[in-house]
Design a protein around this ligand. Structure first.
Ligand code: PMP
Length: 366
């Protein structure tokens, strides 16, 4: 091949010289090498019950129109979501994206340019940082308290001069729910700073806190949601958000054309029609969260509102525990890569019953 690749590499932006998203592949390889062909997959917070038949059938049908571009407005999905959320009594503006990751990226694209400040409540989901940095923005991390609750005045104070702030509730990986009253206080404080709040509600289906009413009164609020979790469509990449009226055209202008494809749109509409599927899974998660708490003999579990729990395995190191569990056929996530969290926490998804039983047995043996 011709060319000086070192010179070509020097043209790539510095932000991509290192870093990147951390995927849970190492533990999966260890479990496979230990002979487990069907390990307990508890690292990625996926729905263990598969995909609803309604979604599968709709997706199969959509395959037949693969020669056509998708509806660029994903109108059928937007309408289905608006109707699904009609129970909150508000007419919500819905925008979509390729997973909530796609939504986050697009929102950041609309607000952030080189040197712009973004505040992130941390420890949390890593993609806000990656996406902001990719856009040339600068992140200020604001640490949660020792028990992972949010110090509201401190968070609001840190947002001075920021364009947007990110807060995840229930938080990944700690599971912490921030009360709606605290979010309202943050929104009021941020309005004075002319700052947006992106409230990440990826796991909100698994708790009883409802933030949607806040869309009525706060023009600086965007609520991100995903169909990857409760709806079981992680592989279809469907995310969405509630946005204020004034922001709608900006989001649409910034979005990559035809972001969602025919199949994911159809699958999502199908999945929304199968409420029983979602309900059954959510109930299963709630029951097993309690069973985890009762079944853990040696380690502390944090209160969680999500389809996963975070466990402190001190005095052991989380990376070591992940390897030990993988050798017993259980794949969980070490939280050592979450900045500021320390190296003794693991995150464990609520899986199918056999997977959860396998985990409890394995962790109590370590
Ligand atoms: N936010 C949080 C807190 C998440 O954990 C995830 C998924 N890992 C996402 C957003 C992105 O979800 P999606 O699959 O819709 O891109």
């Amino acid at each position: 091949m011709g060319g000086d690749t070192e010179s070509l590499k020097s043209q790539v932006r510095k932000v991509f010289e290192g870093g990147g998203y951390v995927f849970a592949t190492k533990a999966a390889n260890i479990a496979r090498d230990a002979g487990f062909t069907n390990p307990a997959r508890l690292a990625s917070n996926e729905n263990p019950f598969g995909t609803s038949d309604a979604a599968i059938n709709a997706a199969k049908e959509a395959l037949c129109s693969g020669n056509r571009y998708p509806d660029e407005t994903a109108d059928s999905l937007v309408r289905a979501l608006a109707e699904y959320h009609g129970d909150c009594g508000l007419k919500l503006n819905v925008v979509t994206g390729v997973g909530m990751d796609g939504v986050i990226e697009n929102v950041i694209r609309t607000f952030i340019g080189a040197g712009d400040k973004v505040v992130v409540s941390t420890p949390t989901f890593s993609f806000y940082n990656l996406a902001v940095t990719a856009q040339g923005g600068v992140v200020e991390n604001v640490r949660r308290r020792e028990d992972f609750t949010v110090d509201v005045p401190e968070f609001v104070g840190a947002c001075r001069g920021a364009k947007i702030a990110f807060l995840c509730s229930p938080n990944n990986p700690t599971g912490t729910i921030t009360p709606a009253e605290d979010i309202e206080e943050i929104l009021k404080g941020l309005l004075k700073e002319n700052c947006m709040l992106f409230l990440d509600n990826a796991y909100v289906d698994f708790c009883d806190t409802d933030y949607r009413r806040l869309m009525k009164d706060y023009d600086n609020l965007i609520i991100g949601r995903t169909m990857s979790k409760a709806f079981g469509l992680a592989g279809m990449r469907v995310g969405y958000a509630f946005v204020p009226d004034w922001y709608l055209p900006y989001y649409k202008r910034a979005q990559t054309p035809f972001a969602l494809n025919n199949i994911s749109i159809a699958a999502a509409v199908g999945a929304i029609g199968d409420r029983e599927f979602v309900k059954r899974y959510v109930n299963h998660v709630k029951e097993w969260r309690d069973a985890f708490e009762a079944g853990l003999k040696k380690y502390r579990m944090y209160p969680a509102g999500a389809n996963f729990v975070m466990i402190d395995v001190a005095p052991q190191k989380s990376d070591d525990v992940v390897v030990k569990l993988a050798k017993k056929g259980v794949i969980v996530r070490s939280c050592a890569s979450f900045p500021t969290l320390g190296d003794t926490f693991i995150r464990v998804s609520i899986g199918d019953s056999w997977e959860n039983e396998m985990f409890l047995k394995a962790i109590n043996e370590i």
